[in-house]
Design a protein around this ligand. Sequence first.
Ligand code: ARG
Length: 476
Amino acid sequence: MSQSKKSQSTPSALWGGRFAEATDTFVQRFTASQGFDRLLAPQDIRGSLAHARMLAVQGILSKTEFEEIESGLATIALEIKEGRFDWRVDREDVHMNIEARLTEIIGETGKKLHTGRSRNDQVATDIRLWLREAIDVICAELTRLQEGIVNLAGEHTDTVMPGFTHLQVAQPITFGHHLLAWYEMLERDFGRLQDCRGRLNECPLGAAALAGTTFGIDRNMTAADLGFDQPTRNSLDSVSDRDFAIEFAAAAALVGTHLSRMAEELVIWTSAQFSFVTIPDRFCTGSSIMPQKKNPDVPELVRGKTGRINGHLVALLTLMKAQPLAYNKDNQEDKEPLFDCVATLHDCLRAFADMVPALHPNRDAMGSAALEGFATATDLADYLVRRGLPFRDAHEVVGRAVAHCIAEGCRLEDLALETLHDFHNNIDIDVFEVLTLQGSVAARDHIGGTSPTQVKAAVAAARERLAGRLTADREA
Ligand code: ARG
């Protein structure tokens, strides 16, 4: 190729050696990721430092060269932090932006940083580092929400509300018990996120482009330096799979699903028809036309944002499903869904963690609602079973009593003993104790039951578990 042709269109300085012409400007924009993957800059710099330090220890770089790289990267970190860094689309992504800038700052030595490394193992490392930190921040918010839930449950171990199945009144329960169901969902979510963190915490550095490197690198050293448990075991797998991001998104989708279910209950409970709970004004908004309106926007938005998180999970699964080994550019598409998944989930958790401790439960409304809908019908059937009737027959007897009450427009506990005898003669005056709400909840006194005694114990156990989690955190 003639000199003049070469000067007309200059290929990228970073990989342009074999190219005859510069990248089309649209293609440059289309293939670039610097607009979003710059979020990985702190992790990218950390990874580069660990890599360069290892190269120096192995004698692949000199000590002076490492120090130059170290100081150049520190300058870049500052430039980025202060918003002075000149992000360039012609430098494609975060990795090449930083490397090219390093060479501008420290000169020739900057070009040695990429020895024994590829952007493929570099980006795989960066995302793992980034996601590991993100999981820690998310788990802290999740823990804060669980604490809020448990504290509220502790104040309502004997507040009675109707429990529902099919959203129809089923049996009386305590509000504390209902809240602890939320706590349990989140407890499993926490476990899932921790499992994901444990599995992703392996270091891909050293896998290089796909096959490893010809240099005498020390993968244990870079892994330890970056706080990974160990290096990954297979170089092809290291640069190609994003299963850890998918796994996170799946765990996030479940957290979102749980938050959405809680949100749905809050929306129902705050309606005028229920009035079980009031959300403080600062978490609500009004209507531009209806002056009386106070809308539960925060729960509604959390419910809505779950759709987004689920969408990211599907995007990541679909991104991965047909990729042959090893790295493919498709993987560049992992970042936006993953970043938004983290940001969205974090915001949802924060909103709930702030809002839940501020909720005002309305004991009276819950209690009155529990009196409607024959919530203690099962208690009456159980009473008859204790008096020798087979359960199926007791069910039939109580069913007829309920039908009678519906016709009369009264409650079971309003029936006179004589009237109850019309349905079965083996009923005594003590039946009225089992028909009360307090009697009903107190009777369910076993592990996982709704009795105030059990709920108090469950609150204490949950508090202990949360405290253990926080201690483990401090020790880590
Ligand atoms: N920006 C790329 C990504 O996010 C970095 C890896 C590029 N590797 C490559 N061989 N083009 O995946």
